[in-house]
Design a protein around this ligand. Structure first.
Ligand code: FAD
Length: 310
């Protein structure tokens, strides 16, 4: 089959990889400028050299046997490495979290900067507006639930309703760097004031360089300040880090705010959604659990379902 996949995060990519291996012709479309989705890495330039921040997923676990096997293959290919500071089964992409999705996308036909506004039914085929003239036998929506619902609603209202019932929690994130090490021994701070998580990004394996931190606000604080400006949010998160360090922080040489509107999904346990009559489906973390490995599994589940029935 010719299968279009909307969204090239880890769920869309894992679905595409499995389908392609079985001889299906996949085509992925992503609105982002490059590989990442919520496994994003952002770079900034400073007088002391470039600095990178994993500002979405911080690390991931590999509890599922099939995903653990995949992670071992990525480890052999130097795409991921263990990060013991975060836990016994904690993994990160190297040199940045987005290395995982970059490696997956390398073998797949992905079009970046390709936002899909609508899916159109033409006879028994599917078209994607405005990104492609091609017609597809099947279409898979691999975006956060909030972005999936409007694409699905005209074609499968039940699927769209399921997506609507899975709202995501937001997460305000600050990326900050300093020209000196800050006075905090630990590389990770959990649940401290308005911070749900803070990590010394430069201490993750395979990084180094300028002292760089990623600071993530609690879901509640992020929700309360969702429409605030980064100019307000970043100082608030810096102040929470200073509280955790019980020390004054040096003046940051980089300060960037990022508002994740759809960070961590509330979920249904369907694994993946598929309408065999019209060949439309959905994958993503919101169909299992709000984690990298669940998003990967969701993509794999749908691919295996399609393969079993074609
Ligand atoms: P995404 O990665 O969001 O991919 C969806 C893709 O769809 C995106 O690339 C987007 O550009 C694209 N898209 C959306 N709409 C359209 C459209 N209309 N047209 C074209 N493309 C579109 N997980 C963990 O396991 N551990 C963690 O520590 C962790 N921490 C997190 C911290 C934060 C701040 C965030 C945001 C997430 C975190 N997660 C964590 C969750 C994890 O990142 C996600 O569960 C996982 O990456 C979801 O993958 P996905 O493929 O389902 O979605």
């Amino acid at each position: 089959m010719k299968i279009a996949i909307i969204g090239a995060g880890i769920a869309g990519l894992s679905c595409a990889e499995t389908l392609q291996l079985q001889g299906h012709a996949v085509a992925l479309f992503d609105k982002g400028r490059g590989a990442g989705g919520r496994m994003a890495t952002r770079r900034a330039t400073t007088a002391y050299g470039d600095v990178a921040f994993d500002h979405g997923a911080q690390y991931f676990t590999a509890r599922d046997p099939a995903f653990a096997e995949m992670v071992r293959a990525w480890e052999t290919a130097d795409v991921v490495t263990a990060w013991p500071s975060a836990g016994a089964n904690a993994w990160v992409g190297t040199p940045g979290m987005n290395a995982v999705v970059r490696a997956m996308a390398r073998h797949l036909p992905v079009r970046w900067n390709a936002p899909v506004d609508a899916i159109r039914r033409i006879g028994h085929s599917w078209a994607l507006d405005p990104v492609s003239e091609a017609l597809f036998d099947a279409v898979i929506v691999a975006t956060p639930a909030e972005q999936a619902a409007p694409l699905l609603i005209a074609h499968d209202p039940a699927m769209a309703a399921m997506a609507q019932s899975c709202p995501s929690a937001p997460c305000w994130t600050a990326m900050v760097a300093f020209d000196q090490r800050i006075a905090l021994d630990a590389d990770i701070v959990r649940d401290s004031g308005i911070l749900s998580w803070a990590a010394r990004n430069s201490a993750k394996p395979g990084r180094g360089g300028v002292e760089a931190w990623v600071l993530q606000a609690t879901p509640q604080w992020s929700r309360e300040h969702l429409e605030d400006d980064a100019g307000f949010v970043v100082p608030a998160l810096l102040s929470a880090l200073a509280d955790a360090a019980t020390a004054q922080l040096p003046e940051p040489i980089v300060r960037i705010g990022h508002r994740w509107r759809y960070a961590r999904a509330t979920v249904t346990q369907h694994g993946a959604l598929w309408n065999a009559a019209t060949c439309i489906g959905a994958v993503g973390d919101w169909l299992l659990a709000p984690r990298v490995e669940s998003a990967w599994r969701s993509g794999r589940i749908l691919a295996e379902r399609i393969i079993a029935h074609t």
